[in-house]
Design a protein around this ligand. Structure first.
Ligand SMILES: Cc1cc2nc3c(=O)[nH]c(=O)nc-3n(C[C@H](O)[C@H](O)[C@H](O)COP(=O)(O)OP(=O)(O)OC[C@H]3O[C@@H](n4cnc5c(N)ncnc54)[C@H](O)[C@@H]3O)c2cc1C
Length: 410
């Protein structure tokens, strides 16, 4: 009689849930145990700063699977259960409370958690971060009351929260020490477009501005900014990035550096242990090492890791992709650009319907389509091929993008 194998997944969000689904799709008939610290079954986070936060979508819209899915597929979903320790030597995980669970293969999809400020007043009521559906519920209740919201950090989450709060009629101020929103990812030129979009919607943008303290009797009433000036407010959202949750792995002696280090098949330094999603810092054929904190990466790496757990893994080399919606401006970004020579545009950025390309040595590192749709495959082909591109044709809206990509792949 063959022993039933047990595959354990720690982290029951998008990467973990998709991995569990894939194990069953691929015909694995052993035990699948999906363990998550949150009380909810796996859900997706993008709506939490967008339609869910604005009250335009209900709870049912955020879940990865229907309620009955896990039981139907004999996936043992254990919510509100934290894994406290890993013991890779004996192939066991230890749950809070002491229960031990042996695994044949283990997937770590523990995600990331919001960075917090350590300045005075950071613990005051009314100072929020946004990661979980519970965070979004709390924030949504506050948005309903109106008033003045100060957003600290003009990254993706801060920008989306600012947009949603404006759409709900709040007064909104955004603070960031950099000179434009999203500067680290998009650079000054494209970040400037996002600054203008927020200004057009009546957001006060205090850029090049740091935050020194939050003040108030019990709840936040003021934000003290660099230079000593204070801004009255009713509510603060801090969106200053996330930190990968690597403690379990690190404490177990698994190699960690800006995330859990995995190879291109998502294998960690410990035998039979894989990692995927926001927590994984993966080797990538095109870009070297990458830790991607985006929905699409969790969606695809979870299944890729599951196939690896079954011994059917192949190198994960998808072109990184993410999207954002702010007001009536939707965008998709494909690729990964650091250290580009120039940004060129196809279409007029002022029209807010354009594609931006980040180029280095005449090659496309990344492309971002804004209110232009169905071009992702062509942009990704350009990024993947890495051949020198004809700049005039790239920026000419009359030349179909797929022709550029086809010409180069043929
Ligand atoms: C508000 C918001 C909006 C976003 N919008 C976009 C967007 O528009 N576009 C985009 O591309 N991306 C977006 N993202 C990013 C995207 O949601 C993440 O990349 C994705 O959630 C990563 O999924 P994950 O499964 O890797 O990890 P996570 O979603 O972080 O989930 C990890 C899970 O593991 C659990 N866990 C951790 N440690 C333990 C433990 N020891 N024991 C048990 N469970 C544990 C956690 O509780 C958590 O539920 C957004 C994120 C947020 C927060």
């Amino acid at each position: 009689m063959t022993r039933v194998q047990t595959f354990v997944i720690v982290g029951a969000a998008l990467a973990g849930a998709k991995a569990a689904e894939t194990l069953r799709e691929e015909g694995f008939d052993g035990r699948v145990v999906l363990i998550g610290a949150e009380p909810d079954r796996p859900y997706e986070r993008p709506p939490l700063s967008k339609e869910y936060l604005r009250g335009e979508a209900g709870r049912e819209k955020v879940y990865v699977h229907d309620e009955g899915f896990y039981a139907e597929h004999e996936i043992e979903l254990r919510t509100a259960t934290a894994v406290e320790r890993l013991e890779p030597g004996s192939h066991e995980v230890v749950l809070a409370g002491g229960e031990r669970l042996a695994y044949d293969r283990l997937l770590l999809s523990t995600g990331a958690e919001p960075r917090r400020l350590t300045i005075p007043g950071a613990e005051l009521e009314g100072v929020h971060v946004l990661r979980t559906v519970a965070d979004s519920d709390r924030l949504r209740a506050r948005l309903d009351r109106g008033g003045h919201l100060v957003v600290v950090g003009a990254g993706w989450i801060g920008s989306e929260v600012a947009a949603s709060a404006r759409q709900r009629g709040m007064e909104v101020t955004v603070l960031d020490p950099l000179s434009v929103p999203l500067e680290r990812v998009l650079g000054r030129e494209v970040g400037g477009i996002y600054r203008d979009i927020h200004l057009d919607h009546g957001v006060r943008m205090l850029l090049g501005t740091g935050v020194e303290a939050f003040e108030g009797a019990t709840a936040v009433e003021r934000v003290r900014i660099s230079g000593g000036r204070a801004i009255d407010c009713d509510l603060v959202v801090v969106g200053i990035g996330v930190t990968p949750r690597t403690e379990l792995a690190a404490n177990a002696g698994i190699a960690v550096e800006n995330g859990i280090l995995v190879d291109d098949r998502l294998r960690t330094s410990a035998a039979a242990v894989f990692a995927a999603g926001d927590v994984a810092n993966a080797e990538h054929r095109l870009f070297g090492r990458l830790r991607i904190e985006h929905w699409s990466n969790a969606l695809h790496q979870g299944p890729a890791a599951a196939r690896g757990m079954l011994g059917r893994g192949t190198a994960y080399d998808r072109v990184p992709y993410f999207f954002s919606d702010q007001y009536d401006v939707g965008m998709e970004y494909s690729g990964y650009a650091v250290g580009w020579d120039e940004v060129v545009f196809r279409g007029d950025p002022a029209s807010r319907e354009f594609i931006a390309f980040w180029l280095r040595e005449g090659r496309v590192l990344a492309g971002m389509n804004v209110n232009v749709w169905d071009v992702t495959d062509s942009i990704q082909a350009l990024v993947r091929e890495r051949a020198p591109v004809d700049r005039a044709r790239l920026t000419d809206p009359g030349t179909p993008l797929e022709q550029l990509a086809e010409r180069r792949t043929s």
